[in-house]
Design a protein around this ligand. Structure first.
Ligand code: URA
Length: 301
């Protein structure tokens, strides 16, 4: 279990890039320095209040290190923001039979919602190098929300500032966006819940999510990842809508610190890198979430 926390020089450098400090007591497993035990209020549009900064980090790391679970007391939460009900999902014909390249082509020509008229490119995803049209073999699926301006221009997810942070996070886990799965595991695919940019990066509309979700669903069914990392409120709500009652009214902070399921694949919830860039102390919590995911994967082997 503790193997996941044996960080090499490169991983430590990546963590330093992320702004997460670690310390290594002699002959003890690596434990992240406890962040300030302050209660941090999220901006209003996030709709939730965070737990004490040190608390969930400590818990996930304790679990990752194989320690007993630390008892947790959540501080009172702000009233949850209720999202609009999500319309019935429209499944594109034949999607359940599509292979990877057919699915990719279908997404590229999708006109199921109005986003097709404002996008430059669809953004299907990126991952472990595979031959043209072949599906990458991966253990990890990272799910973000929707392409931003740069992603829309380049047709690749997470290529802007948030993507740099994501790359550093992956580096700290000894993973990379194009690294192949080896005998030790690994291999990452990065996708978004929405395959098209929303105008001005506005929040996705329920009908856009409903139209696009079947594509992600099929990506999961084909990739069969061993772990999904859901980043940000909209990705989390889309993935957990069938398994977490009232997920749309549940603060993201309350969904962290445990392992959920989507299509029988474990899901760990964390903050979106773009949000973390605006709230740098939250990096420690994201690292705690990554430790939880790594520990779960290791335990499942
Ligand atoms: N944010 C996302 O959620 N996805 C991207 O691809 C880029 C930014």
């Amino acid at each position: 279990m503790t193997d996941t926390l044996h960080l090499d020089k490169r991983q430590r450098a990546m963590l330093a890039e992320m702004g997460v400090r670690v310390w290594t007591p002699l002959s003890e497993p690596v434990v992240m320095a406890a962040p300030e035990p302050a209660v941090v209020q999220a901006p209003a549009d996030e709709g939730y209040r965070f737990a004490a900064a040190s608390e969930l980090a400590t818990q996930a790391i304790a679990q990752a290190a194989g320690y007993e679970q630390v008892a947790r007391q959540m501080p009172p939460t702000a009233p949850a923001v209720k999202a609009a009900p999500v319309p019935i999902i429209q499944r594109p014909a034949g999607i359940d039979q599509m292979d990877w390249s057919t699915l990719h082509a279908t997404v590229s020509s999708c006109q199921a919602c109005t986003l097709c008229s404002t996008r430059q490119n669809t953004v299907f995803g990126v991952g472990a190098n595979a031959a043209e049209g072949e599906m990458p073999q991966v253990d990890w699926l990272i799910v973000g929300e929707a392409p931003g301006e740069e992603e829309d221009q380049q047709g690749e997810p997470f290529v802007g500032q948030a993507g740099k942070l994501l790359d550093n996070m992956l580096g700290a886990m000894a993973l990379s966006r194009t690294g192949k799965r080896t005998a030790e595991g690994g291999g990452v695919y990065i996708a978004n819940m929405l395959k098209c940019r929303t105008p001005g990066n506005r929040n996705p509309k329920p009908e856009e999510v409903a139209q696009c979700l079947p594509y992600l669903e099929r990506q999961v069914a084909l990739l069969q990842p061993k772990m999904i990392l859901a980043m940000g409120r909209f990705a989390v709500q889309a993935l957990l809508r069938d398994t977490v009652p009232e997920v749309e009214g549940t603060p993201l902070g309350k969904l962290r610190g445990r392992v959920h399921q989507y299509q029988n694949v474990p899901v760990v919830v964390t903050y979106h890198p773009a949000y973390v860039l605006r709230n740098l102390p939250e990096k420690a919590k994201v690292w705690a979430d990554l430790c939880l995911a790594m520990a779960h994967l290791k335990g499942a082997e």
